[in-house]
Design a protein. Structure first.
Length: 458
């Protein structure tokens, strides 16, 4: 009989100290960082939930593989192992390594898009949207209307609105849509999964119109496990079999291996199109490196090759999904508004409902993230009007849980700090911008509290 307690499916062999700071120190650190948690030094963070990208702990098998790294400039055997692991899961003909996911996105959209084009997605994440827009194309989000309500409970809340995709194609014309994307899981939509049924329907629409379908596959293993748990007909299938079935519906993918590749760096671009692959490899050589290393060391290729397979292990996925839900369930039981149901890699606080007295133009997500850091040294990230400006669909604060890094006691501490902030939420005031960059402004923006009392400056 299975137990109620889900334990970490690993033992800890090496530990890293974390540094405590006082509230007074954090107040000064916030001011010095212009209330932007990206600008806070990692040593000044106690629990770092800014991102799950590249922040996980690698396994003994990955570290052993690192020692096998072949650092040859061309024709490395590490690339052969990397390519074989990727093709085993994704099945695409051409595998192009890159140093991380956004490099794959830049190459893909530079080759396939031009000014005036339109790229539909269930929800573009920040770097995806920025790379689409940088080449003059338009990034269009086609999330289900009901999925825009954080409190709504849907088993596959990351699904694309297939009817809206059909309407978009009819309205702008096939020639303006060089490709469509499907992000699994849907990060900006709350880390929510996409069903196989939805992927199949999106694929059918795309291929009916001759539009290539690409997956943003950063968290493909988590998505596969949600399908196994929630979608009829898949409970007896392995996560790998589910992933293979989904990717067979597409024509290629981009991947940040810093997520479900379980590595600290790396990514790749895949395609079945021989002509596109040649163009993409030419651009790769210009900006990333030779096609058998793509900006990565051989040891990095080895770590990703092992990590992709480890991400599909059911013991790991059971723990991963349960530990994320543990955080979400414990705070929502006390009334804290979150995106429901809990996602795969993160819990998303509904900042608009958490701080209803702060208007959207005063960045409630930024204000809430700053308060969580001030109260307990927890670093999170706003996913709302600062990150996406006019394209923001919700005002969220993401607490992304690094893979195999924190234990349950760390998460219990996070619960305690969130509940403390929840109790005094009406004292929190909004923020205003004092500096912003033209692209991806949230990484470097400077902000300050609006005039009046604020818990972050008391």
């Amino acid at each position: 009989m299975p137990t109620k307690t889900i334990i970490e499916p690993f033992r800890i062999k090496s530990v890293e100290p974390i540094r405590w700071t006082t509230r007074e120190q954090r107040k000064d650190l916030l001011r010095a960082a212009h209330y932007n948690l990206f600008l806070v030094r990692a040593d000044d963070v106690l629990i770092d939930l800014l991102t799950d990208s590249g922040t996980g702990a690698m396994s003994t098998h990955q570290w052993a593989a690192v020692m096998e790294g072949d650092e040859s400039y061309a024709g490395s055997r590490s690339f052969d192992r990397f390519k074989a692991s990727v093709q085993d899961i994704f099945g695409y003909t051409h595998v192009i390594p890159t140093h991380q996911g956004r490099a794959a996105e830049r190459i893909l959209f530079h080759v396939m898009c031009k000014t005036g084009d339109v790229v539909p997605n269930n929800t573009h994440f920040d770097t995806t949207r920025a790379n689409v827009e940088f080449v003059g194309a338009e990034a269009v989000d086609l999330l289900l209307p009901e999925a825009r309500r954080p409190e709504a409970r849907l088993p596959f809340k990351g699904n694309m609105d297939v009817a809206a995709l059909d309407e978009l194609i009819a309205r702008v014309g096939r020639k303006r849509i060089p490709l469509a994307m499907l992000t699994v899981t849907n990060n900006s939509g709350g880390g929510q999964p996409v069903s196989m049924e939805n992927a199949r329907a999106v694929s059918a629409v795309c291929h009916k119109h001759g539009i290539p379908l690409y997956f943003d596959a950063c968290r493909f293993a988590e998505n596969a496990y949600f399908i196994k748990l929630r979608e009829p007909g898949y409970s007896a299938k392995s996560p790998k079999e589910i992933a293979q079935e989904m990717f067979a519906l597409g024509d290629g993918c981009t991947m940040s291996a810093k997520k479900d590749g379980m590595a600290n760096i790396g990514g790749f671009l895949c395609t079945n199109d021989d002509i596109l692959a040649r163009q993409e490899q030419d651009l790769l050589i210009l900006t990333e490196g030779y096609p058998t290393y793509g900006g990565l060391a051989g040891r990095d290729l080895e770590a990703v090759a092992v990590g992709l397979q480890e991400a599909l292990e059911e013991d790991y996925l059971r723990y991963r999904i349960a530990s994320t839900a543990y955080l979400g369930d414990h705070i929502s039981e006390h009334g804290v508004p979150i995106v429901q149901p809990p996602g795969g890699h993160a819990i998303y606080l509904d900042a608009k409902a958490f701080l209803p007295h702060i208007p959207v133009d005063q960045f409630p997500g930024v204000a809430l993230a700053a308060e969580l850091y001030l109260e307990g040294g927890i670093r999170s990230v706003e996913i709302g009007s600062l990150m996406f400006a006019g394209a923001a669909q919700m005002e969220l604060v993401r607490l992304a849980i690094p893979r195999r890094v924190y234990t349950q006691s760390h998460i219990d501490y996070v619960v305690e700090i969130i509940l403390r902030v929840w109790e005094k939420r009406m004292q929190i005031r909004g923020m205003r911008l004092t500096y912003e960059a033209p692209f991806l402004r949230h990484f470097t923006a400077h902000l300050e509290p609006v005039s009046g009392s604020t818990a972050a400056t008391e």
